[in-house]
Design a protein around this ligand. Sequence first.
Ligand SMILES: C[S@@+](CC[C@H](N)C(=O)[O-])C[C@H]1O[C@@H](n2cnc3c(N)ncnc32)[C@H](O)[C@@H]1O
Length: 419
Amino acid sequence: MAESTSVEVPEVGKSSAEETDKTESKASEEQSSVNLDDNSSAADQEDCAKNEREDDSAQQGSTSRKRKAEPEDHSAKKIHLESSHGEAVAAHYNELQEVGLEKRSQSRIFFLRNFNNWMKSVLIGEFIDKVRQKKQDIAVLDLGCGKGGDLLKWKKAKIRKLVCTDIAEVSMQQCQQRFADMRGRCRPNENIFQAEFITADGSKDLLSDKYTDPEMCFDICSCQFVYHYSFETYEQADKMLKNACGRLCPGGYFIGTTPNSYELVKRLEASEAESFGNDVYTVKFQKKGEYPLFGCQYDFNLEGVVDVPEFLVYFPLMIEMAKKYDMKLIYKKTFREFYEEKIKNEEHKMLLKRMQALEQYPANDNSKLVSDKPEDYEHAEEHMKEGKEGKAKLPLGTLSKSEWEATSIYLVFAFEKQP
Ligand SMILES: C[S@@+](CC[C@H](N)C(=O)[O-])C[C@H]1O[C@@H](n2cnc3c(N)ncnc32)[C@H](O)[C@@H]1O
């Protein structure tokens, strides 16, 4: 493999929405590219395929192209018939089908999903390392675990105990089955963590009432792409925090990913409508200009599929609310900031490649780019011009502009429990 050394971040063309605000963060305007080569070893490919098998087919509510082609999305329709938001969330995620590797690889957002998965892997790895400096026996709470998209990450992290919990019962069954399959594939002398599965509404039920061991404490609570569902009311957001942080050991961590309210509002304000987005995602608010601290609802639509409504999480408020559970913010970073920091590490860069978290540009002779719009790769073209001047190695690894705009909505956070 020709090692790429520099991570170069060329600017992509600005959308009209983004043009209006030149003083703000460039997170949504720019896109990241790294140099990749295409000589992945067979081992790399196998590892990647394994990753894909283990990683959740439904993270972020994404589905395959086949699903997109369906005339009606029943889960979306059902949302309005459910009596509470929690029931709608459960119904929605329960109905999402598991999608095989082949179908997933045809998805328009294949790389976006892998990229998000890489972000989670790196975040989880960082905090596992921190805990491991202090102790070997690590217990983790995966709050809103979905179908178990992070099970392999916990296995690789060699933790001792995992509690998986989610509001969606079918997802929990799939998560449990996935764990059983994973355990079944272990070699005789290979250790795998103990796992417990709890179906519960983390914004309404007290999880500690449901643990097998009533004294259960965790070193890490991981809450990936979940917390925003609880910001419907103060009580729900507080209960979710209590579940996330109430049983953390002193020095334990609450880590996660959630949409960045600042970025959402910035894009909304820059839009002439009450919605914004591109061919990959759209976000639709009910009203512009008024953003209540709780219950500020918007619809998120990824790859043509309407997700359940989400709520804006005003992060300074979350920081304040977390103090009630002795939690201190370690950091909050946009996806872009986190990516730029982590990609400097060679191991992370290799993982990025193994997980196929970036698209190769230009495409191989026998493959096709996920987007057929040239403007989706203007940034990569710019980068290639630099290559001709001898500055960049080809091929590049990149995300199409549309995918980058979708992923750069999110932020990464980490809190620590004070002694
Ligand atoms: C976008 S998926 C993320 C799944 C998983 N964390 C991942 O990263 O692959 C959001 C998950 O949050 C769960 N969820 C939403 N509201 C919840 C609540 N109140 N309590 C527990 N789980 C919830 C959903 O059922 C869904 O599985």
